[in-house]
Design a protein around this ligand. Structure first.
Ligand code: FAD
Length: 496
């Protein structure tokens, strides 16, 4: 501890249980796990020294940049007694290039911070934001391969990462992409560099601590318009998904378009009706439908943005309406009615324009504090949409929960972000069983989680291709011979 204090100053090595408590778990199903201490470096060189120290004493290190990793698991959830490396003090915006539209940021830079900077000094730039906390780390989300809500490619955050600085588990620094050449003029402009491209191995991984990224940001479009397209019946979800794929692939709507089922939107407006069945069974379909009608919500609702110049927006509206003719069950919701609904309004007036907010945290409060995301990927087809729904409804009902979900759009496939909500602590154990059952069943049908809670890591890894696992474990062993950086995180610990 004295060594660590020498590296970062005593005020940045924290062991007070009241402080450590915030790192023990997030709102998801992870087990509460206590770290030994939290260390808060301010510079890359301090991160290097900490990693060398950790190797010397064989202390496992878990990293957080935003410290609130909500819904996908806590930072320390794998190894009790570890050291948490909290990069929140490394929160410098190192460069904003508003001619070539990129930023260079450290891990502690939050969505709120970067958006504020844009608003005050660079109103012609737009940052794609997440539906999660405005205090989340922009870098942390990009390297978790999170997705946002404006348009492609910006909504697929890792797609826009260009050039990284990474501290390896043994303390050396590596610069990726065109950063290979000292003094390179294109580090944050040309991704691929020369030879094998290694950036991907530092995402969803325990191969390094990312201390800097270049991130492409978008020019604020001249014109923007929005819509909410709904379908009245849940069996029409297949049409909704197929339609979304068509307008996405043709570039008619922005990439971060979101579809949600009725309950996932209603939960923003009403409280959970415990009086119906005490939470032991899913809410009846008739009740959901009745409430959906009362609140003007479809069985599924697609919120989309159309961006470009005035002429482009007009043309894209025309194209969208033409494609809609093939889908008579879908309808465009009246705009005033859509804006009266809390979630729809936040989506189309904030998310789509790059302003983060906390309104979706209603999901966690809906049933009593618990929210865990399970996120299998689905192709844009009718059959897959129906299968996803069938599995989700069946398995959540089996464990007495409700099927609540969002689809967040990709370019060829879509992220089915399931929202498992439950009461803490009473329903946590049941939620864990349900969560694993969902992951297993979706995987059995070929639906792969795009990202997952560390709590289910072992199970997911056990299902992956042996050749792939061999490669990643070899890389891990080479880069982290003492297995001290986030052991077990997205990579098996037992190496053949
Ligand atoms: C209501 C709600 C809505 C949400 N909506 C979205 C959404 O629209 N899109 C989305 O993508 N997510 C969403 N999320 C999930 C979550 O909030 C985000 O993914 C968010 O980015 C988590 O950030 P963080 O700052 O809390 O975590 P971080 O501290 O950034 O950690 C993220 C992960 O990356 C690792 N990590 C962090 N920094 C580093 C580093 N420097 N080097 C190596 N590894 C590192 C951590 O160990 C951790 O596993 C939502 C969550 C909630 C509760």
């Amino acid at each position: 501890m004295r060594d660590l204090e020498t590296i970062v100053g005593p005020e940045n090595v924290l062991t007070d249980p009241a402080y450590l408590a915030t790192y023990t778990r997030d709102i998801s199903i992870v087990q509460e796990t206590w770290p030994e201490a939290v260390v808060r470096p301010a510079f890359t060189v301090e991160v290097q020294r900490i990693m060398r120290w950790a190797n010397k004493y064989k202390v496992p290190v878990f990293v957080t940049s935003g410290s609130c990793y909500q819904g996908y698991g806590g930072v320390t959830s794998l190894t009790p007694g570890c050291l948490v490396l909290d990069l929140g003090r490394m929160n410098r915006i190192l460069e904003i290039n508003d001619k070539l539209y990129y930023v260079v940021i450290e891990p502690g830079v939050t969505y709120r911070q970067l958006v504020k900077e844009f608003d005050e000094k660079y109103p012609h730039l737009i940052l794609d934001v997440i539906g999660g906390s405005p205090e989340a780390s922009v870098l942390g989300n990009a390297i978790s391969r999170g997705v946002g809500h404006t348009w492609w490619p910006y909504a697929e955050h890792f797609e826009c990462v260009c050039g990284m600085e990474v501290v390896l588990p043994t303390g050396e620094v590596v610069r990726t992409g065109s950063g290979q050449l000292s003094g390179s003029k294109s580090w944050h402009l040309f991704k691929w560099g020369y030879g094998p491209w290694i950036d991907g191995i530092f995402t969803q991984s325990n191969f390094g601590v990312v201390t800097k990224i270049g991130l492409w940001v978008a020019p604020r479009p001249e014109a923007y318009d929005w819509f909410v397209i709904a379908c009245p019946k849940e069996e029409q979800v297949g049409e909704m998904l197929e339609f979304t794929g068509k307008v996405m692939i043709r570039g008619i709507i922005g990439g971060g378009a979101t579809i949600g089922n009725a309950l996932s939107s209603l939960s923003a407006n009403i409280t959970y009706p415990w009086e119906i069945n005490g939470g032991t069974a899913p809410l009846p379909d008739e009740w959901i439908q009745e409430k959906a009608e009362e609140h003007g919500v479809g069985a599924y609702n697609l919120f989309g943005g159309i961006y470009g110049t005035e002429e482009m927006v007009e043309l894209r509206w025309k194209q969208l309406k033409e494609i809609m003719r093939d889908y008579p069950n879908l309808y465009i919701m009246d705009r005033d009615m859509a804006l009266r609904h809390a979630e729809f309004a936040h989506r189309v007036l904030y998310d789509h324009l790059g302003y983060p907010h906390r309104s979706l945290f209603g999901w966690a409060h809906w049933r009593g504090g618990g929210l865990s995301f399970y996120s299998p990927i689905a192709p844009f087809t009718r059959e897959d949409a129906l299968k996803m729904q069938e599995i989700g409804k069946k398995i959540t009902a089996k464990w007495g929960f409700d099927y609540m979900m969002k689809y967040v759009s990709g370019l060829r496939a879509i992220h089915h972000v399931g929202l498992l909500t439950y009461k803490v602590p009473d329903e946590v154990e049941r939620a864990r069983h349900c969560f694993l059952d969902l992951i297993k069943t979706y995987m059995d049908h070929g639906y792969y989680p795009y990202r997952c809670n560390p709590w289910a890591d072992d199970y997911i890894l056990s299902r992956l291709d042996a050749g792939y696992l061999k490669v990643i474990t070899k890389i891990k062993r080479a880069l982290d011979p003492n297995n001290i950086l986030m052991p077990g995180y997205y990579c098996p610990e037992v190496i053949e």
